[in-house]
Design a protein around this ligand. Structure first.
Ligand SMILES: [Zn+2]
Length: 490
């Protein structure tokens, strides 16, 4: 749905920065427009929904290039989140903004009407995007966000996980044959039918143990009994691996009791940490099940990439790494960049420094009632800074201040070092996931520019801005363009 006030803002912002960003970048933009996708240039990417691509794509891409120095789109081309389009939630359904070619979705149980997004019934947004971006010399990556806003209608429900009490939950299961058929079909369709320039796979979730503990930003609202996955496919596979499924269910019931008591401020007699460790000794299944869940997702990611490579070996398939790896040492441990690099063509660690402050605070608050319940949140935060070698603001200041760009530099270097320690047989560029205008944090053109400079100076091979163009102030996006100009790239 067109947003005319935003369009006006865009035009005024483009005009305001015309003498600075646009003029300075026009030479490079012209060169790339006439020479096709700039495969060798560092990625200067932005995440974007279907909405802007339903309109004047020439104006859009000219603006992104001239204001922000952008040369790559990461397109939310499939999904069920209104804010990513953007679209008014009251009339939103979502789905595939390309026209599905149904021969690729055999085995999924999905029909065309289940897949096709109804918001732009007369448009194939991916076809529009590919034609426009080829013309303007951009690269276009399909961003596959696997677990955001999944529809609660059959046959989608058939893909979703079960908790240990046998209740259907609302995220897809990596071991579900129908979900695997759908998601493998989606990447095959986009590769064969559209020849997209690449994929970025995003899975912003974790296993049952860490979810029960609320070991994530915003985790205090997690229900410790709704942890997954105990569906027939998972329990069969787990049993084949020698895991006692009944013991695992008992383990998570006991863990839920521990978490509920903690959230009610009932301190265990021997303290939180000791009591939890005693549970782990009694029920090693808590960690075994976590590893099983991670392994299942890892295998799906490998299968996705293999599917794409079997069609076009030159199509890159990269991985977006959830921001929680910057807050929770448990999720950080689950993310092994050296292993990931073996099975990815690029890695994008999320390093949103401005919103990191408020996010890590919600993480610390959440685990202050579970695994770290023996300590107050301000001390929990300091311990985590020591875990991660962060030098960031204290608890009472971090939400407003955000993280400094030292965080970006340090994490880029860590990622590069991890990959270099066990180098794969193919190049694996690292693209910094950076933030602009994520609600709840403060941004300026200068702060955005500083984040880009920090990433590239630390050795990043590119940057990708989140969450999406539809919520960004173009005056702030101009900070990307200013950095690109200073660096002499794009
Ligand atoms: Zn399952």
């Amino acid at each position: 749905m067109p947003d005319f006030s935003r369009r006006d803002l865009l035009k005024s912002a483009a005009a305001a920065t015309a003498t600075a960003a646009a003029a300075a970048l026009s030479t490079a933009a012209h060169a790339q427009t006439t020479s096709g996708p700039a495969a060798a240039a560092p990625v200067v990417g932005i995440q974007i929904g279907a909405g802007p691509l339903a309109g004047d794509t020439d104006h859009l891409l000219d603006t992104l290039r001239s204001v922000g120095g952008i040369n790559s789109l990461f397109l939310f081309i499939f999904g069920h989140e209104a804010r990513f389009v953007p679209w008014p939630p009251a009339t939103f359904r979502g789905g595939n903004y390309a026209v599905p070619h149904m021969q690729y979705y055999n085995g999924s149980g999905l029909a065309l009407e289940d897949l096709r997004a109804p918001e732009y019934p007369d448009l194939d947004i991916l076809d529009r995007a590919m034609k426009a971006t080829r013309k303007h010399g951009f690269r276009t990556f399909a961003l596959i966000e696997e677990a955001e806003g999944q529809p609660q209608t059959p046959p989608w429900q058939a893909f979703y996980e079960f908790d240990y009490l046998g209740r259907r939950q609302r995220n897809p299961c990596s071991n579900n044959p129908g979900y695997r058929a759908f998601t493998l079909g989606l990447v095959e369709d986009y590769t064969r039918s559209y020849d997209v320039d690449g994929f970025m796979w995003s899975s912003e979730r974790q296993g049952a143990f860490t979810n029960a503990l609320g070991a994530r930003h915003g985790g205090a609202s997690s229900d410790p009994t709704r942890v997954t996955c105990f569906c027939e496919h998972c329990t069969t596979r787990a049993a084949a691996r020698g895991i006692n499924v009944d013991r695992a269910k008992q383990a998570f019931a006991a863990l839920a009791d521990f978490v509920r008591a903690g959230r009610a401020n009932k301190r265990p007699r021997d303290g939180y940490f000791v009591t939890l460790f005693r549970l782990l000794l009694k029920f090693p299944e808590l960690l075994v099940w976590e590893q099983f869940w991670i392994d299942s997702r890892r295998q799906l990611m490998i299968d996705l990439r293999n599917k794409v490579k079997s069609i076009n070996p030159h199509t890159p398939v990269g991985i977006h790494v959830w921001h929680n790896a910057s807050f929770s040492p448990f999720y950080r441990a689950e993310i092994d960049f050296a292993d990931m690099a073996q099975n990815a063509d690029f890695i994008k660690p999320v390093l949103y420094n401005a919103c990191a402050g408020s996010r890590i605070k919600t993480y610390a608050d959440s685990v202050s009632h579970t695994i770290f319940g023996d300590l107050p949140p301000d001390q929990i935060l300091q311990i985590h800074y020591q875990f991660f070698d962060y030098h960031q603001p204290p608890y009472d200041k971090v939400a407003a201040a955000g993280f400094s760009t030292d965080y970006i530099s340090g994490e880029i270097k860590r990622t590069l070092d991890d990959i270099a320690a066990a180098p794969p047989d193919h190049p694996v560029p690292v693209y910094a996931g950076l933030d602009c205008d994520i609600p709840g944090a403060a941004y300026t053109a200068d702060s955005v520019k500083a984040s880009v400079l920090a990433a590239f100076h630390a050795g990043a091979n590119g940057v990708i801005f989140a969450r999406n163009w539809g919520e960004m102030n173009p005056l702030h996006v101009a900070g990307i363009g200013a950095a690109v100009k200073e660096l002499g790239i794009s």
